[in-house]
Structures are given as structure tokens and as C-alpha cells.
Design a protein around this ligand. Structure first.
Ligand SMILES: CSC[C@H]1O[C@H](OP(=O)(O)O)[C@H](O)[C@@H]1O
Length: 360
């Protein structure tokens, strides 16, 4: 998408066979990129959330495997790289999906061809993600148009966390239809959950939507139910990090509470789901490993000082312990529909198999 008047993807290769990414830990205050030069750089970027978002995590890990093959194309090195990258974050299945895909491409070819093949496959994963996300937007538009038409051309959407182009390679999943609706002339407004503790909503979704000129309002995570109770939310759409065979949805912590509020107020709750985030090997949501992150993310906050520059301050009672699960699981019964690159389906095994028979 376009920022600062220039078209960006979130990850791109450089002539010196390195990879450049946007440093998302510094946004929205500072726009800086970071150059990844080896598999370890990719692992650290994923673990620290310099890059984040299920599809972008997978793409970054794919280039991590390519770097590993450049250094040592042996099968032992391939296994070690996959293990190292796979250990960075447990919840987003895209990481495992990308690593499995890289392994299946590389294990059957000669060592001398592995780097070139890995570099090409990582690029293919990125290009496919752009097309997948665009199609999620396209497939969401009939829903957006229908609801907007009922509201005289206006549409109030609530979203949680960041499932925009910054979470993917381009377009985004949940935010893709927001851009398309805006560009089509629908009077769309987005309630942006700040999304504590990492504030991906206030820092990243608001940054994206503002850059595209989409009307939006940042709200406290705890305010979403209030707006739904007062008829100010026409639909909720979120991204996901893993959907299991029965349609349960892992997504950023707090998503489950939004789904409950939406259900209680008769607000449709959609999940934008690329097939790379579908885990048909896992039966149900309670099987999904939930990442526990440092309580520093909860008990401290980073922001911009009045004179510029970033600073991190403590915001909690000194010495009080914290707990910081990064995701929760929304049961399929609370999901109105999945919106995928192949169309829209019910949040059921049957619905998913209907769109993705090859994954059955
Ligand atoms: C389109 S994937 C976006 C998904 O990933 C985010 O998690 P994180 O920022 O921790 O990588 C969040 O769950 C988003 O919905």
C-alpha cells in the first residue's frame, strides 16, 4: 500500500541478496526499515515483533530458510533452520505452513540448487499472499456493499489488532475490504481497537487507515461493546492467526470478547481467513498453543516524547506481577462467516472443506 506517497510492500529483496522489512516496533512514530542478512536476523525479527502478523511471519521465515541454505545447503542445516525459525512464535500457523512448504520444495533437490530454489519459493509465497489478500477484499465487498446500502451508503466497521497490509505482504486481510470500500466511495468509518498491550490497532491500523484517508476512530479495547450496544457498529471484521478444522479462531487477545459483544448485540462478526492460516490438522481451538509474551509489554509503554524520540515508561504499580497471553480463541459458534480468497463460508468444517477440498 501507499505511504509517504510511495508504494510499499512490507518485505522485499535487495540486489545484495538481503531482505528489507519495515521496522514495525518503531511505527507509527518513526518509519524505518531493517535489513535482514541471515536466518538469525529473520528469527529475531519475528520473535521481537519487528515484523508481525501471521502472513508476514510466514514470509519472513521463508527467507530465513533461504538464508540458511545460502550458508549451508545440507539437510542438517535445513532441519536446524526450520527448528530455529519454528520456535520463534507458537500460535500463527502461517509460520509452520511456510516452513513446511519450504521443506517440501527443498528436501528433494540437490544441495547446489537449494539456495536459488529457496529464494524463489520465498518470493512466490510473498507474491501469492498479495493476490490472496486482494481476493479476500474482493470477496468481502458484497457484504460491505449490502450493509452499507441498508445504511444509506454509510458503514461503521470495528476491527481488533492489525490485520492490514502491515500484517501481510500487501493489502492485508481484514483491512483489505476497508480500502476497497473507501476507494469505491462507500462512506466507511472504522472503530479501531487500540489493542493492548502492544497497541497494534492504535499504532498500526490507525497508521495504515490514516495514510489511505479512511475515516477511523481509535477506541479503548473496553469500549467496543458499548458502541455495539448503541447501534454504532454495523459489522466486526478481524484477522486470524490460526483457524482449526472445526472453525475455532485464534486471534489477538481480546478478539473473543469482541465476538461475545457482537453476538449479544446481533452484530455480524467476520473473520478474514487466508488459506495459509487454516490448520485442518488441528481439530479444535483449545489445541492451539497460546503465546505468552513478556510482561514488560503489559507493564511498560513506549511512546514519543514531546521533543521527539521514543521512550519507554512503566505504567503499573512497581513490583506487581503481570500476565500477558498474546492470543485467545473465539469459538466457531460466534463467527458469522469466514471470508477467504476463495469466497465466503460458514465457520464449520463442512464450510471450510467446501472452499478448500484439497485441505480436507
Ligand atoms: C492477518 S494476520 C494479523 C494477526 O496477527 C496479529 O498478531 P501479532 O501482531 O501478534 O503478530 C493479530 O493477531 C492479527 O489479527
Amino acid at each position: 500500500m501507499k505511504i509517504h506517497g510511495k508504494h510499499y510492500r512490507t518485505i522485499w529483496t535487495r540486489p545484495d541478496e538481503t531482505v528489507e522489512v519495515i521496522d514495525q516496533m518503531k511505527l507509527p512514530h518513526v518509519f524505518e526499515t531493517a535489513v535482514l542478512k541471515n536466518a538469525e536476523d529473520c528469527a529475531v525479527a519475528i520473535k521481537t515483533m519487528l515484523v508481525r502478523g501471521a502472513p508476514l511471519i510466514g514470509a519472513t521465515a521463508a527467507y530465513g530458510v533461504a538464508f540458511a541454505m545460502k550458508k549451508d545447503p545440507s539437510s542438517k542445516a535445513l532441519v536446524e533452520a526450520i527448528d530455529m525459525l519454528g520456535a520463534t512464535r507458537p500460535t500463527a500457523v502461517n509460520l509452520r505452513w511456510a516452513l513446511r512448504r519450504m521443506n517440501s520444495v527443498l528436501k528433494g533437490i540437490g544441495h547446489e540448487d537449494r539456495f536459488a530454489a529457496a529464494w524463489a519459493e520465498a518470493a512466490k509465497i510473498c507474491d501469492e499472499d498479495v493476490g490472496t489478500c486482494r481476493m479476500i477484499g474482493v470477496n468481502a465487498m458484497p457484504i460491505f456493499r449490502e450493509i452499507a446500502k441498508k445504511n444509506g451508503g454509510k458503514l461503521n466497521v470495528l476491527t481488533h489488532c492489525n490485520a492490514g497490509w502491515l500484517a501481510c505482504v500487501d493489502w492485508g486481510t481484514a483491512l483489505a475490504p476497508m480500502y476497497m470500500a473507501h476507494d469505491e466511495g462507500i462512506d466507511i468509518h472504522v472503530w479501531v481497537d487500540e489493542t493492548r498491550p502492544r497497541n497494534q490497532g492504535a499504532s498500526l491500523s490507525a497508521y495504515e487507515l490514516g495514510a489511505h484517508g479512511v475515516k477511523h476512530t481509535i477506541i479503548a479495547d473496553n469500549a467496543g461493546g458499548h458502541y455495539m450496544q448503541h447501534g454504532m457498529v454495523d459489522l466486526v471484521i478481524v484477522g486470524t492467526d490460526r483457524v482449526t478444522r472445526n472453525g475455532d479462531v485464534a486471534n489477538k487477545i481480546g478478539t473473543y470478547l469482541k465476538a461475545l459483544a457482537a453476538h449479544d448485540n446481533g452484530v455480524p462478526f467476520y473473520v478474514a481467513l487466508p488459506s495459509s492460516t487454516l490448520d485442518m490438522s488441528m481439530a479444535k481451538g483449545s489445541d492451539i498453543p497460546i503465546e505468552e509474551r513478556s510482561t514488560d509489554e503489559l507493564l511498560k509503554m513506549t511512546g514519543r516524547l514531546p521533543g521527539g524520540g521514543l521512550a519507554t515508561v512503566e505504567i503499573a504499580a512497581p513490583g506487581s506481577p503481570g500476565a500477558n497471553p498474546a492470543f485467545d480463541v473465539t469459538p466457531a459458534r460466534l463467527v458469522t462467516s469466514f471470508i477467504t480468497e476463495r469466497g465466503v463460508c460458514a465457520a464449520t468444517e463442512e464450510g471450510l472443506k467446501g472452499l478448500f477440498p484439497q485441505l480436507a
